[in-house]
Every structure is written in C-alpha cells, then in structure tokens.
Design a protein around this ligand. Sequence first.
Ligand code: IDP
Ligand code: MG
Length: 154
Amino acid sequence: MAANQERTFIAIKPDGVQRGLIGDIIKRFEQKGFRLVAMKFVQASEELLKQHYIDLKDRPFYAGLVKYMGSGPVVPMVWEGLNVVKTGRVMLGETNPADSKPGTIRGDYCIQVGRNIIHGSDSVESAKKEIALWFKDEELSDYKSSAYEWVYEN
Ligand code: IDP
Ligand code: MG
C-alpha cells in the first residue's frame, strides 16, 4: 500500500452530533487535504460498540462508555492520506480534553474525558480492524481526489 493511501477510522460520537459539530469536524479533515473514503450516520448497536472498545473491557468506565456511544447516532468515517493515523490523533488532541491544546478538536469543543466528542484510531493496525468492523468493503469509495496533485508533491 502506498504511504499516501494510509487510512484511519474517525467517528463523531453522540455528543458531537447533538452539539452540532459534524460539519466543523468534517471540515477540518477536508481542509487538511485528507480524502474521505466512507461515511455513515448510524445508531450503533451495543454489540458493535462493545467490540469496538473490546481492549478497554476491563476498565471501570467500559459499561458507561458503551452506553454513551449508544445514546444517539454517530458519524463513522474513513479518511485517507499520508500519516493520517498519527496526524488524525494530533488533530483530535489528547484523550482528556483538559490536556488538549487549543486548535485541536477536543481542545476546542469539549471539556470532559467521558464526553470527548470524537474517536480516532491509535495505530494503522487498529485502524484496519475498526474500518472492517464498521464498514463493508463495498462501502469504501475508490475515487481519485481531483486535489491529489495539489496536496502531494508526488
Ligand atoms: P482515545 O479515544 O483517545 O483513543 P482511549 O483510552 O482509547 O482514548 O479511551 C476510549 C474512550 O473511552 C475515550 O475517548 C473516552 O471517551 C473514554 N474514556 C477514557 N478514559 C476514560 C475515563 O477515565 N472516564 C470516562 N471515559 C473514559
Ligand atoms: Mg483509543
């Protein structure tokens, strides 16, 4: 896979949807130059959310996290580009909004860790797992962005 085709899984959580932040969040990824590969507006099942956060199953906040994520519709997305996993995490800010710098999504739009409005994959490996969990292969769009030559040197 070419480096410019790295993919990450980003999801706007129920609080981000309810607070009217969908457009602002998508805009940041678009303006950065990343390519939108897939997006849905869905109410996730408890089963899917438990699986999505399976690595955290022994943490005391796991049940509350699954309930929070299922409390309303979410916007799961796949974004593509050079170093998109790492850069995506930088754009999100820290897990705890209190530690997130202004200019980051969590730094700008939220206050508490349990209402931190957005998810982003933490590695290329977990991105692959999360994309496969939330999207079917045929839901991943294979178009070429007309901005590609203006975003990348080669
Ligand atoms: P991340 O979302 O920045 O990758 P993780 O450690 O993977 O952070 O935790 C997943 C999600 O679980 C966080 O985004 C947040 O919504 C929630 N979470 C993490 N730590 C706490 C906590 O101490 N209390 C409540 N919720 C938490
Ligand atoms: Mg995580």
